[in-house]
Design a protein around this ligand. Structure first.
Ligand SMILES: [Zn+2]
Length: 475
């Protein structure tokens, strides 16, 4: 049995206003407060294309290595639906803005490029709220705030073979759109939605019947829906039950899929060119300007962190999950050239603190200069690694320099030989029995004596020096 999976992902473009009118795209406001004659499709209202939405679409298509087309066209996709007041959606059909391209994903067998078919720009529909959603007294209400919100739809080739791979694809795409700042990628707020095509075939040389699962709104649901559908289709094939080409709905509670409708063919929509919008022409200057502002891409940075800094694939992936983190790491390495130590400290102590604060790195006062300074102090023995954990919160919360923080907390490590020697003498007198044990050859007791000395110095003595001096005095 071979499973073949293709995805169609709708990504909301992060504009302040809608695709063809000036209404706000703000999420979660009172229903029907961001509407106008254009997005309601009232007679005589004319759409005007949002230039920012086009720029964001170009950016994402470029990052995905798509071929951008100099000329593309908007069409009307005609269908009736309660949350679609115009009874058509403006979308790109046979002349999309971009075709081809690929996105690398991590699989069990290493990194693999998933090929893309196309990317096109379109507007979103509204939202129906059924009695099951909220207490509406059995009615269905419609919120048109989403009508006309700009989307880019990315369609993949059937290049994935499992729910895990589809999950990875979505993760990788979300990382990219956030990295570029073209979308929040927030599935809970509908900023990223996914339709899945799954087919199971006993013959690896040809695809089985394509079944579509619509409107999955979490990564986990995508994986669960695919896992279920894989089993269901395999069972149908084993039983000799025909698998119709259809659109199915995923039931979150049951973890199963059920038929929704038979699959429409594209000619059911009676597409025709949108008469109210001109052809979309991309100029060389516009493309060059977007290309110039395209940052180093997450997978490029990830590979470079491995080759240039010797990070493990795990560390490199973790540090490039978000662009702000990756750039923070990079800047810290430039200041204090110790990439592996910085990586470990960021993934453990810094990550732990951010988790406690419920903040992202960029929401804190921590700077690359401060982190680099802190780690240098540990390395040069000015403070102990343990003491650095007391300093870090001050850097994160108040933005003071490591020097100021260490002084404020009185944490400078004492490396003054005479001061430590005095403490060592006291420890030997107060722990005469243990000192005798050490003298008669019990090496392990030294650890205990160093511990006593550290306690006396309130943790400030340089432990290495303390050990050496105790040994000298006892010898
Ligand atoms: Zn509007």
């Amino acid at each position: 049995m071979i499973t073949t999976i293709g995805l169609e992902i709708h990504v909301q473009l992060a504009t302040r206003s809608k695709m063809f009118c000036g209404c706000s795209t703000a999420f979660g406001d009172e229903p029907n407060t961001h509407i106008c004659p254009v997005c309601l499709g009232l007679p005589g209202a004319l759409p005007v294309l949002n230039a920012t939405a086009v720029q964001l679409a170009i950016g994402i298509a470029m990052a995905l290595g798509c071929q951008l087309h100099e000329v593309s066209e908007f069409s009307r996709k005609n269908y009736f639906y309660p949350d679609l007041p115009k009874s058509y959606q403006i979308t790109q059909y046979d002349r999309p803005i971009a075709t081809g391209g690929s996105l690398p994903i991590a699989t069990a067998g290493g990194t693999r490029a998933i090929r893309l078919t196309r990317a096109h720009i379109e507007e979103d529909a509204g939202k129906s709220m059924h009695a099951a959603d909220i207490t509406l007294g059995g009615e269905t209400l419609v919120d048109f705030n989403r009508c006309g919100v700009p989307l880019i739809e990315i369609v993949t080739e059937p290049d994935m073979q499992s729910g895990d791979e589809a999950y990875e694809f979505l993760r990788s795409l979300r990382r990219l759109v956030r990295w570029l700042g073209v979308s929040s990628g927030d599935m809970e707020k509908g900023a990223m939605r996914c339709d899945v095509n799954v087919s199971v075939s006993p013959d690896p040389s040809r695809h089985g019947t394509k079944v579509e699962i619509k409107n999955l709104n979490s990564f986990r649901s995508v994986k669960r829906a695919i896992d279920y559908e894989e089993q269901r289709q395999a069972q149908c094939l084993a039983d000799g039950t025909p698998i119709p080409m259809e659109t199915r709905h995923f039931d979150e509670a049951l973890g199963t899929t059920a038929p929704m409708r038979s699959k429409e063919a594209s000619n059911d929509y009676r597409y025709f060119p949108e008469p109210d919008l001109p052809l979309l022409m991309l100029g060389a200057a516009e493309l060059a300007s977007v290309r110039e502002h395209l940052p180093e891409l997450p997978w490029e940075m990830q590979a470079r962190f491995e080759s240039e800094f010797g990070l493990t694939p795990y560390d490199a992936a973790l540090l490039t999950e978000e662009r702000s983190t990756a750039e923070f790491f990079q800047r810290t390495v430039v200041i204090s050239n110790n990439p592996r130590k910085i990586a470990t400290y960021m993934e453990t102590e810094v990550a732990k603190l951010l988790n406690e604060r419920g903040k992202t790195l960029s929401e804190t006062m921590l700077t690359p200069e401060a982190l680099a300074g802190l780690l240098t102090m540990v390395e040069s023995g000015i403070i102990s690694n343990t003491a650095s954990k007391d300093v870090l919160p001050l850097l994160v919360d108040t933005g003071v320099t490591p020097d100021e923080a260490v002084r404020k907390l009185g944490l400078e490590q004492v490396s003054d030989t005479s001061a430590i020697e005095e403490l060592a003498r006291q420890v030997i007198i107060e722990n005469a029995a243990q000192a005798e044990q050490f003298r008669s050859g019990k090496e392990a007791v030294l650890g205990f004596l160093v511990g006593q000395l550290m306690k006396k110095s309130k943790g400030k003595a340089n432990p290495k020096l303390a050990g050496e001096l105790l040994r000298k005095l006892l010898g």
